[in-house]
Each structure stands twice: as structure tokens, then as C-alpha cells.
Design a protein around this ligand. Structure first.
Ligand code: NAP
Ligand code: G4F
Length: 354
């Protein structure tokens, strides 16, 4: 048994998978909480999972749910982690308007349940646990300051964002009331080839690959004018770890400091295969939100200075990385790069022949 033992909620998600890889590479034993599902949903972590009967296994999975406090307590007692990363969430902003009660239960109350369990565990055992809360730039919502930093007031605009604000302040409250080593990361949007396919970046790159492959003709999107500060998820999980390695618990904005619209994302993504997105993208109002967050741009100065954290990839690089991954998954790379439109059919044929 190693003393470097971490517990991760949301381990099957985009960030959970990258964080687990990072922790394993750095000698941790990693325990993740997964939900029971009728079909397997561990695709993102299958490559790092090993049969727990093997002596070499260092990744262990436990059934649980942030809406089930008893189980969280039991897992904490069993695992005895020194670091806890609370990444579990119903993380889709649009869906949070459809399922507000569930979203708030998992995101807001779920965090409180975990904090309460840690408080009791720490009091009983005297073992100090370091806690990371996955906060979001959505908390800034209708922004009152540009760029947004740690001291910028919140103005949440969705059930999801309201719940994240609640979780943020409870994390600070437990730090101040009970001396927990509890930290908030306020992370701006971060993406990757593992991003869920209903978030706008991956929806675009996934659809683009299917369009090139001849499997899809149109892509339906909502508001193209919103601007986001998009970074690379692999960089952002390293920031989570750095936040828990500091001498004092604190809160940090993690962002690139650049903002871009959905239109710019479309320009670069479709430009990669020489297509004009306007020929394919159609508007569908079902993807609009009752209240929109128009502009997000973070100031990562504190993270840069105190954590020594820097993003490793720029916006264009991120878009290309995601486009390439989706093209590759359909057997279309390197064939599809910088094509003339009339060559697309040839690429499709070549890919089919491979
Ligand atoms: P994600 O891909 O949607 O993953 C969410 C994870 O939470 C999944 O493992 C999911 O399990 C799990 N989960 C959902 N409901 C749960 C519940 N009731 N109990 C336990 N686990 C539950 O999200 P992500 O992009 O990796 O984001 C990780 C965290 O960072 C989330 O808290 C998100 O809100 C926050 N965040 C994300 C971003 C971003 O841009 N990605 C930015 C700021 C903050 P299933 O696989 O079973 O669904
Ligand atoms: O990709 P999105 O769904 O991400 P959003 O709402 O910014 O939330 C993500 O980032 C947050 C951090 O700021 C996380 F906390 C949260 O968990 C999640 O990971 O939407 C981005 C923008 C929005 O303005 C949306 O209105 O894209 C716009 N959009 C336009 N058409 C669309 C679509 N979004 C989605 N999901 N699908 C569309 O068809």
C-alpha cells in the first residue's frame, strides 16, 4: 500500500480519466467512484484499468453516487485517501435547465455530502485529507469584470452554475470552519478528444469527421456568438494536482487568458479540411439556453505565479488536435488534411478501402 492514495469522483469523465493517468504516472494508488450503468461506460479509463487481483494493480473502482451520502462515507473509510478530487457532476449546462433538481443535488449537495464525510473522518482519525473541488467559470456567468479572476464576483446563469457557486462557498466554509485543506479550482472550458460529444467543441469535430466520411450531411447548433476561454484538459488536470500540493489551501482560476467564439472554432475546424462550415451548419433553437453566458475569459496570473502552471497548447493547436483525433477514429487521417472540396470523395473511397 502506498501513502499516495487518491480518491476521484467522476473518474469516468473527461477530466477523471486524464487526472487518473497523471496520478498513476506519479506513483499514486487511485480509487474512483463509478455509477452502476446498464452498459459499460468506462471507455475513457479502460486503458489504465488492470484486474484488481493482479499485484501490480493501482487503479480501483467503487460503486457510489454523489447523491448517496452513506456510500460516500463507506468508501472514504475503506480507501483512506490523502487526496480527494471531486470531479463528479451532471456537467451539461443546457441539460441542467431540463433537470435542475437532480443537477443541484449531485453538484451542490453532493459536494456538501463529501465535505461532511471528510470532516467526520478527519476528526475521528486525525488524518488530514486534501480536497479539490471542481469549480467552473460558469459561476461568473453574466460577467461583471473582464478578464475574470479569483476575486471577480459570481453571477451564475443556470441551475448548474448556481449549484457550483454553492459548492464553491461550502468548500471555503469547511476550510474556514473546520480547518480542512479544501481548495477550489475555477476552471474555464477545457476540451480534448475525450470531451463528451454533446459539448459544442466535440460536437463540431465529431460531426466534421462524419461529414468528411459521408456519414452526416448537416450539423445543427445553437448560439454561435458565445465566446469561451478554451484550453486543453490534459493541462488542466495537472493544475488540479498542483493546487493540492501547495503549503496552504487556496482557490485558483485556471484559464488560457484568450477568448474565441464558436464561429472561430468552426472556421479553424472546417478550415483544416478546406471546407466552409456555412455550407453545413444549420441553426436549431433547441440548443439555445434560457439564459446564456456570452463571454468568458480568465486571468490565470495567480496560477502562473504560485503554481508555476502554464497551458501547453494554443487555441488553433487544440482545435487541430481534436479534429485530427476524430478524423483518425474514422480512418481519415492523414488523408483528409488540406483537401480541395472535390477531393473529399476520393478520401472517403480511400478510407473505405483501408
Ligand atoms: P464529464 O465528462 O461530464 O464527467 C462527469 C463525471 O461525473 C462522469 O464520470 C460522470 O459519471 C460523473 N457523475 C455524474 N453524475 C454523478 C453523480 N450523481 N455521482 C457521481 N458521479 C457522477 O465532466 P468533465 O468535463 O470531466 O468535468 C469534470 C468536473 O469539472 C465536473 O464537475 C465539471 O462540472 C467540472 N468542470 C468542467 C469543465 C470543462 O470544461 N470540462 C470546466 C469547469 C468545471 P458517468 O460517466 O456515469 O456519467
Ligand atoms: O460546450 P458547451 O455546452 O459548454 P459550456 O456551456 O460553456 O459548459 C462547459 O464549460 C463549463 C466551464 O465554463 C463547465 F463548467 C461545464 O461543465 C461545461 O463543461 O457550450 C459552449 C457554448 C455555449 O454558449 C452554448 O450556447 O456553445 C454554445 N452552443 C452553440 N451551439 C452550443 C451548441 N453548446 C452545445 N452544448 N451544443 C450546441 O449545439
Amino acid at each position: 500500500m502506498t501513502s499516495k492514495r487518491a480518491l476521484v469522483t467522476g473518474i469516468t469523465g473527461q477530466d477523471g480519466s486524464y487526472l487518473s493517468e497523471y496520478l498513476l504516472e506519479n506513483g499514486y494508488e487511485v480509487h474512483g467512484i463509478i455509477r452502476r450503468t446498464s452498459t459499460f461506460n468506462t471507455d475513457r479509463i479502460d486503458h489504465i484499468y488492470e484486474d484488481p487481483h493482479n499485484q501490480t494493480a493501482r487503479l480501483f473502482l467503487h460503486y457510489g453516487d454523489l447523491t448517496d451520502g452513506t456510500t460516500l462515507r463507506r468508501i472514504l473509510e475503506e480507501v483512506q485517501p490523502v487526496e480527494i478530487y471531486n470531479l463528479g457532476a451532471q456537467s451539461h449546462v443546457r441539460v441542467s435547465f431540463d433537470s435542475p433538481e437532480y443537477t443541484v443535488d449531485a453538484v451542490g449537495m453532493g459536494t456538501l455530502r463529501l465535505l461532511e464525510a471528510i470532516r467526520d473522518y478527519q476528526y475521528r482519525t486525525g488524518i488530514q485529507v486534501r480536497f479539490y473541488q471542481a469549480g467552473s467559470s460558469e459561476m461568473f456567468g453574466k460577467v461583471v469584470e473582464v478578464p475574470q479572476k479569483e476575486t471577480t464576483p459570481f453571477y451564475p446563469r443556470s441551475p448548474y452554475a448556481c449549484a457550483k457557486v454553492y459548492a464553491h462557498w461550502q468548500t471555503i466554509n469547511y476550510r474556514e470552519s473546520y480547518g480542512l485543506f479544501a481548495c477550489n479550482g475555477i476552471l474555464f472550458n477545457h476540451e480534448s478528444p475525450r470531451r463528451g460529444q454533446t459539448f459544442v467543441t466535440r460536437k463540431i469535430t465529431h460531426a466534421l469527421a462524419r461529414i468528411v466520411a459521408g456519414q452526416q450531411k448537416k450539423l445543427y447548433l445553437g448560439n454561435l456568438d458565445a465566446k469561451r476561454d478554451w484550453g486543453y484538459a490534459k493541462d488542466y488536470v495537472k493544475a488540479m494536482w498542483l493546487i493540492l500540493q501547495q503549503d496552504e489551501p487556496d482557490d485558483y482560476v485556471i484559464a488560457t487568458g484568450e477568448t474565441h467564439s464558436i464561429r472561430e472554432f468552426l472556421d479553424i475546424a472546417f478550415g483544416y479540411v478546406n471546407l466552409d462550415w456555412q455550407d453545413y451548419v444549420k441553426f436549431d433553437e433547441r440548443y439555445l439556453r434560457p439564459a446564456e453566458v456570452d463571454l468568458l475569459i480568465g486571468d490565470p496570473a495567480k496560477a502562473r505565479q504560485k503554481l508555476g502552471w502554464e497551458p501547453s497548447i494554443d487555441f488553433r493547436g487544440l482545435v487541430h488536435l481534436m479534429v485530427e483525433a476524430d478524423l483518425k477514429a474514422l480512418g481519415l487521417l492523414p488523408l483528409a488534411r488540406n483537401l480541395a472540396i472535390e477531393d473529399i470523395a476520393t478520401v472517403r473511397l480511400a478510407a473505405t478501402a483501408q
